[in-house]
Write a protein that binds this ligand. Structure first.
Ligand code: HAM
Length: 444
């Protein structure tokens, strides 16, 4: 029999379930999952405690700031401002940016909140997300985290050394003991003007050997050419006049003094005359923290960096005020900690571990859990459906002293078997008296 033909549009729609494409994290941004969290906590808690011991107070500034803050603060002719900012316009027409670093925001806050009236110097520490639209690779992300510390209101070289000492101490305490501090002085505006002229004259003669970026930067920011990562530019930089030979007497004295303090504190450092850092606000002392054994030729892996920025507060509209600080990248430090295989895994040790079998027992266990969670007795459980044997294995793994077992019978009787995990001895107790009984057995 011939079936009547159904027109195409009348045919019932075939229900084909198309698998949705999973949405991924934004390029260069990543999750920090539970197994990594104890490393992050170790790094951040150690750093926070150390800062508190050194007399620093915590500051939190917004993740977004007016774009002008970074243009003026970090500098127009820097990689960060030229190509790495996440900038956008709000619905009200304000031009704002995700912060690429923390110092400019801290200084803005210092000025805005009248911190110059506080006892000087003001010592502040912070941690949080930073954003740079960089090429993502190992150790370089588009969202990353800084831990940073700033001392505002004091120009003594002792403070530069104090800040480096703090950074060094933090790394020792974290467990990255083998680090070196690369240090340089880039002088003040006066000695730098003279030096920039020398440098420009030198690079003018080598212009054909430079990369396109360096050619472009030569006029506005010749010092940045010194730390270009291009091989050919590094070769030219090796023969360039050095800032250290061109410091004014005051800057020279300041730098010498910083180094003497570091010698006194026995902090190992390496003089690096090409170290200028990628942000424009620095004056005098600049430094970077490197893990020994890392490839010091590739500038990818500095764990942290900092320096003095005596002009920044004035530049952002405050009274001229000297300042110095540093920040490290938490991701890079966490990666280093993982490489070192430091024994940081928290030793979970529970007083009791709940074990159950059957639906009714599972419900009763929840009641027992509720009684114990409000006390100082630490409790672990596996809400899953494993056998008693596998749950006891978990209790062992959690170093539990007692296992509280509820099977079908105990659930009906409203009792609990309390098993001493070491001796294997068991007692049956009344469920309502579980807290009292556990306390008694723990105190044995
Ligand atoms: P910075 O050298 O630009 O300095 O950043 C400090 C550290 O942040 C670097 O040494 C690195 O470990 C980490 N870092 C930078 N960019 C990335 C990235 N894309 N992905 C992962 N980690 C990164 C500053 O930002 C200054 N504010 C430091 C300072 C504070 N100077 C004075 N006070």
């Amino acid at each position: 029999m011939l079936m009547p033909r159904v027109k195409k549009e009348e045919q019932p729609e075939k229900k084909v379930r198309k698998k949705m494409k999973p949405i991924q994290a934004v390029k260069g941004m990543k999750d920090i999952l539970p197994p990594e969290q104890f490393i992050w906590e170790h790094i951040l808690e150690t750093s926070r405690h150390m800062c508190q011991d050194f007399g620093f107070g915590r500051i939190e500034t917004p993740i977004v700031e007016n774009t002008d803050l970074f243009k003026r603060g970090v500098g127009q002719v820097t990689d960060i401002v030229e190509k790495e900012m996440f900038s956008f316009e709000t619905q009200g027409g304000d031009k704002i940016s995700l912060r690429p670093e923390g110092t400019a925001g801290v200084v803005r806050s210092y000025i805005e909140n009248g911190m110059s009236r506080w006892t000087q110097p003001v010592r502040l520490y912070y941690d949080g997300s930073m954003f740079r639209y960089d090429k993502p690779q190992q150790g370089r992300y588009r969202e990353f985290h800084h831990f940073g510390a700033e001392v505002i209101g004091e120009d003594s070289p002792a403070i530069d050394a104090h800040v480096i000492y703090l950074a060094w101490k933090i790394f020792q305490k974290i467990g990255i003991k083998d680090i070196s501090i690369q240090i340089n002085s880039i002088g003040c505006a006066t000695c730098r003007a003279k030096y920039k002229k020398l440098l420009t004259d030198y690079y003018d003669m080598k212009i054909n050997k430079l990369c396109t970026d360096c050619k472009r930067r030569l006029e506005k920011n010749p010092m940045r050419l010194l730390d270009c990562k291009e091989e050919k530019c590094m070769q030219v930089a090796a023969g360039a006049p050095q800032i250290i030979d061109n410091l004014c007497p005051e800057c020279n004295g300041h730098f010498k003094s910083v180094l003497e303090f570091l010698d006194e504190l026995e902090i190992p450092y390496v003089l690096n005359s090409n170290l200028v850092r990628g942000l424009d606000y620095y004056t005098r002392t600049v430094f970077e923290i490197w893990a020994e054994g890392d490839d010091n030729d590739s500038r990818q892996t500095a764990l942290g960096g900092g320096g003095r920025y005596d002009g920044l507060i004035g530049l952002l509209g405050g009274e001229e005020t000297p300042a110095v600080g540093f920040a490290f990248g938490v991701e890079r430090v966490a990666e280093k900690v993982m490489k070192l295989n430091l024994d940081l895994e928290p030793k979970i040790s529970k007083d009791v571990f709940l074990v159950q079998l059957g639906d009714l027992a599972r419900r009763k266990v929840m009641k027992v859990f509720d009684k114990i969670i409000d006390t100082d007795i630490s409790v672990g459980e596996s809400v899953g459906r494993g056998s008693i044997k596998s749950q006891l294995r978990m209790a062992n793994k959690a170093h539990a002293k007692l296992a509280l077992i509820i099977g079908q019978k105990e659930a009906l009787d409203n009792t609990v078997i309390v098993r001493d995990m070491k001796s294997g001895m068991q007692e049956t107790v009344i469920m309502n008296e579980i807290v009292k009984e556990v306390r008694r057995m723990l105190s044995k």
